[in-house]
Write a protein that binds this ligand. Structure first.
Ligand code: NAD
Ligand code: WQD
Length: 344
């Protein structure tokens, strides 16, 4: 059984990926400092898969602690690096904290695995590295732009570091996955997104509003050059996203890489507006969401959706789940969590 180190594996995307990895017979070792997650995730993964991942509580920006942890798992085949702080607004208020956390964790992880001869790496990047592109859908060949937020910039900088590093170490194989807008939850309803405090992202804000945790969703602007004036995004089901990581890992395992650093968009290729999302939510939940149109949010771009051909051609991966299914699963998770906090 191939051992995979999953940093940030107790978080939203990492936990769904851990499930897919276990279901594909990988042995999962999670490194997480639980700064934005809980150890309870391990129980939830076990409930779904029957297997509890190995867990090390470790802050990856601490170089010594990271070395110590890696040393215990030097037989690992690859690292999937999810660990990062991800709140865009928070990163604008605390840029140094974001650069420190995301870049130190990234560098420590890379240096430790390299020292131990673990030469395979998958990185969680983001469509935010495209900035505000002129041409849509966006292909991986589009030039990256400096992202609006320090958070986004940590992704751009990390990709540039990976590019330099893989060029100087061609036996080190890396894949950077640029996620578009992940939403949704595992079909069991036993695991899903659990943002700390007030959510930044649209989907958890909607489900928390419908659950009565928030009063009203503020829709940030309806004067964009789109069909209904609200911004368009490429929402992707987190389980589809998780499956793409297994495909990327298989590409590394089979040594199919054509370049030491490969980059793939992970989206559906379909763009939906904020009002489309609200309409879909009303439909699947059979409720009427309380929302109000307000001013634009700084940094939002009008339209962003992925070209998906490269991931299909090289990884053999394509997103399968539609918007209603994504939203339905988010809503089922939110309800189950609110009604039954201690049992899931
Ligand atoms: P998350 O916050 O749910 O998970 C991140 C995990 O990393 C958390 O469990 C947190 O405790 C852990 N972590 C953070 N700093 C750490 C450190 N110094 N040491 C050890 N563990 C640490 O976030 P997520 O939504 O699952 O995102 C996973 C990755 O995907 C992140 O790198 C994020 O930037 C990236 N990403 C997320 C989205 C999104 O919309 N969710 C979109 C694009 C990219
Ligand atoms: C989606 C749409 C908002 C909240 C961010 C990061 C990106 C990636 C994914 C991590 C936008 C609107 C939102 C609300 C609203 N994350 N909205 N009211 O901004 O596309 O991407 O998350 O890597 O890097 O930038 O996602 O979910 O915040 O917003 O009207 O309360 O919903 O204006 O049009 P975004 P989002």
């Amino acid at each position: 059984m191939k051992k995979i180190i999953v940093t940030g594996g107790c978080g939203y995307i990492g936990s769904h990926t851990a499930i897919e990895l276990i279901e594909n017979d990988f042995e999962v070792v999670i490194f997480d400092d639980l700064s934005n997650s809980s150890e309870k995730t391990l129980e939830r993964i076990e409930k779904i898969t029957g297997v509890r991942p190995i867990f090390e509580k470790i802050d990856l920006k601490d170089e010594r602690a990271t070395e110590f942890a890696f040393d215990r798992y030097k037989d690992a085949f690859a690292v999937i690096h999810f660990a990062a702080l991800k709140a865009v607004g928070d990163s604008i208020e605390k840029p140094l904290e974001y650069y420190q956390n995301n870049l130190y964790s990234f560098l420590n992880t890379l240096m430790c695995q390299h020292k131990l001869g673990i030469h395979k790496f998958i990185f969680s990047s983001s469509a935010t590295v495209y900035g505000n592109p002129d041409v849509l859908p966006i292909t991986e060949e589009n030039k990256t732009q400096r992202p609006f937020s320090p958070y986004g910039n940590t992704k751009k900088i990390a990709e540039e570091i990976l590019d330099d590093f893989t060029k100087s170490n061609p036996n080190f194989a890396a894949i950077s996955l640029r996620y578009f807008n992940p939403i949704g939850a595992h079909e069991s309803g036993n695991i899903g997104e659990l943002p700390n405090g007030t959510p930044n992202n649209l989907m958890p804000y909607i489900t928390q509003t419908a659950a009565g945790v928030r009063k009203k969703l503020m829709v940030f602007g309806n004067d964009y050059p789109t069909k209904d004036g609200t911004p368009i995004r490429d929402y992707i089901h987190v389980v589809d996203l998780a499956k793409a990581h297994v495909k990327a890992l298989e590409r590394l395992l089979n040594q199919d890489q054509e370049q030491p650093l490969e980059i793939y968009n992970l989206g559906t290729g379909n763009g939906f507006s904020v009002l489309d999302v609200i309409q879909s939510f009303d439909r699947v939940s059979n409720t009427k969401l309380n929302y109000e149109i307000t001013g634009r949010r700084d940094g939002d771009v009008p339209k962003l959706y992925a070209a998906t051909n490269l991931a299909l051609e090289k990884l053999g991966w394509k997103a399968e789940k539609g918007l209603d299914e994504m939203i339905d699963s988010s809503w089922r998770w939110e309800q189950k969590y609110r009604n039954n906090k201690n049992d899931i």
